[in-house]
Design a protein around this ligand. Structure first.
Ligand code: NAI
Length: 333
């Protein structure tokens, strides 16, 4: 079986080798190109495609893949909001994912954004490099005693909540399902509305789907505390970006940390440092001194990369040997 790996980067090579070298009968072809309507031809002759969050898996592309003979899409991600599930079902393409690789990687990164925004490490570093040792503009606040709201207490939200409890924060959470272990540790489940009203810091850890699209909108922001800190390491589409910019301009949002952005597929995972950026909304976000933006790197640790490739290899092996039952939790379609 031949598998085409799209959006492949040099830093993935050792993890790919470690996981796939021992797989018998699987030929791997890597492509640095992202999968989209223009690059479907690269999948010709491949029974499987391995895709990342930056690949286009819309109806048109899935239909094109089916025509090219692709039968399996193995996602190198947990999120699958970028896949047209109905189109995959219709085309008879199996879709698998990596549901868990390192919740700690993302949770710890979210905490890093909180610390950096609060204590302004990035600005302090730049000042000190210029021998400016003045403390003007660097004042933060104690995290101890503050109220943190966690939206979604699955694998990542749970790890995040535990860290924040360690800082001595009061942790409020909202989720469809309540985690009794977190309750035992002192987390209080409340309604989303109550979380918005009481949290000094809000961190998003729920998936993006119809119900959660633009969860953070004008109305939600208006109901938050003045000067709230908002952190999103989940998916860009959870936030209505124009409402966010209004919230920053009015001062309602005091701090913003984003690792994901609704229109990120036009920007992230490539070096655009010599390119004119046409996304004026993103550029506006960059102008605020109290905003920290990163390019979807929260997952990016050696442990997470190892698990991503190992689970992907397990998925491909299970598919090629007809043992899908052994990886049932990884099945999307
Ligand atoms: P998970 O499936 O373990 O947890 C998601 C939780 O959200 C579940 O407990 C679920 O019940 C809850 N939920 C669903 N709808 C909700 C709603 N309307 N309101 C409140 N809670 C709701 O997923 P996991 O592994 O914790 O990942 C969370 C998200 O993080 C993923 O969906 C993905 O989008 C994002 N992610 C981001 C990464 C990055 O590098 N920035 C890397 C990995 C995941």
């Amino acid at each position: 079986m031949k598998i085409g790996i799209f959006s492949f980067r040099e830093y993935e090579e050792p993890f790919l080798k470690l996981a796939f070298d021992k797989l018998k009968g699987i030929k791997v072809v890597t492509q640095s190109a992202a999968l989209n309507a223009q690059t479907i031809a690269l999948a010709h002759g491949c029974e499987a495609c391995c895709c990342f969050v930056s690949d286009d898996l819309s109806q048109t592309v899935i239909e094109g893949l089916a025509k090219a003979g692709v039968k399996l899409i193995a996602l190198r991600s947990a999120g699958f909001n970028h896949v047209d599930i109905e189109a995959a079902k219709k085309a008879g393409i199996t879709v698998m994912r990596v549901p868990a690789y390192s919740p700690y990687a993302v949770a710890e990164f979210a905490v890093g954004l909180i610390l950096a925004l609060n204590r302004k490490y990035h600005r302090a570093y730049a000042h000190v490099q210029e021998h400016n040792f003045s403390l003007n503009g660097l004042m933060g606040f104690d995290l101890h005693g503050k109220t943190v709201g966690v939206v979604g207490t699955g694998k990542i939200g749970r790890a995040f909540a535990r860290i924040m409890l360690g800082f001595g924060c009061h942790v409020l959470a909202t989720d469809i399902e309540h985690d009794p272990e977190l309750v035992k540790l002192g987390v209080s489940y409340v309604t989303l509305e109550s979380l918005y009203q009481h949290a000094d810091i809000i961190s998003l850890h729920c998936p993006l789907y119809d119900k959660t699209k633009h969860l953070i909108n004008k109305k939600a922001i208006a109901s938050m505390k003045d000067g709230v800190m908002l952190i999103n390491t989940s998916r860009g589409g959870l936030i209505h970006t124009a409402a966010l910019i209004d919230g920053l301009k009015s001062g309602k949002i005091g701090y913003l940390g984003l690792d994901v952005y609704e229109e990120e597929e036009h920007l992230f995972f490539r070096d655009l440092s010599n390119t004119v950026i046409h996304d004026d909304v993103y550029l506006r976000l960059q102008t605020f001194p109290n905003v920290m933006l990163t390019g979807h790197q929260a997952f990016f640790t050696a442990e997470a990369m190892t698990r991503i490739y190992q689970t992907t290899a397990d998925n491909v092996r299970a598919y090629s040997t007809g043992a899908l039952g052994t990886v049932a939790d990884n099945m999307v379609v």
